[in-house]
Structures are given as structure tokens and as C-alpha cells.
Design a protein around this ligand. Structure first.
Ligand SMILES: [Zn+2]
Length: 104
């Protein structure tokens, strides 16, 4: 499976693999972001207090005639800075989405 990760997951240093299924027609891959904290999109302060999570599909890639879907669970964090206008923010995907976008 490590070979498959290299092929499918260009940002594998930033992501933790949750599941990888092999079926005849579809290979869904699920991952979490590795960082324990994320910077607020407005003030830039790090937060580790998770509000909620959602799944984002980053790529649908063809691999040897089989569809491969890469899904990442993205967390929403509270921003605890009183001076900040943003109460809740989604963790940034930095260049992860860009790397996947290059492969779609
Ligand atoms: Zn903030």
C-alpha cells in the first residue's frame, strides 16, 4: 500500500491515511490532516480547540481504469482571540488542494 500512497497522495507528509479500499470500480481514500493545530484565517493565531469536522473531496483520479477518490476530513476550530472577528474557521489545506488539483 505504500506504493499506492506515493502514487495517489502527493501530500502524504501532511496527511494521515484513515482508509484505503480496493474494489473493482472505485478506490476511496480517506485521510486526516496531521497538524494538531491550525492558524486562524483572520488573525493567524494557532488554535487546537476543534468545533466540528466535515469531509472535503480533493480529487477524483483515474488509476488503471478505476476511479480513485481522495477525501480529507477537515476540522473547524474556534478562534479564542478576543480581538479577532472570526469565531470559527476551517483549517487551511495550504498547498494540499493545489497538489491534488494538478492531478485531476
Ligand atoms: Zn482569529
Amino acid at each position: 500500500m505504500s506504493d499506492a500512497r506515493t502514487v495517489f497522495l502527493p501530500a502524504s507528509k501532511l496527511l494521515d491515511l484513515i482508509s484505503f479500499e480496493l474494489t473493482k470500480r472505485h478506490h476511496p481514500i480517506r485521510e486526516n490532516l496531521r497538524a494538531a493545530t491550525a492558524p486562524c484565517a483572520v488573525c493567524g493565531k494557532q488554535s487546537g480547540r476543534v468545533h466540528s469536522r466535515y469531509t472535503r473531496t480533493l480529487a477524483d483520479l483515474p488509476w488503471q481504469g478505476v476511479a480513485v477518490t481522495v477525501r480529507v476530513r477537515v476540522r473547524r476550530f474556534f478562534c479564542d482571540q478576543r480581538a479577532c472577528d472570526r469565531a470559527i474557521f476551517a483549517e487551511p489545506l495550504f498547498d494540499i488542494a493545489t497538489r491534488y488539483a494538478c492531478r485531476t
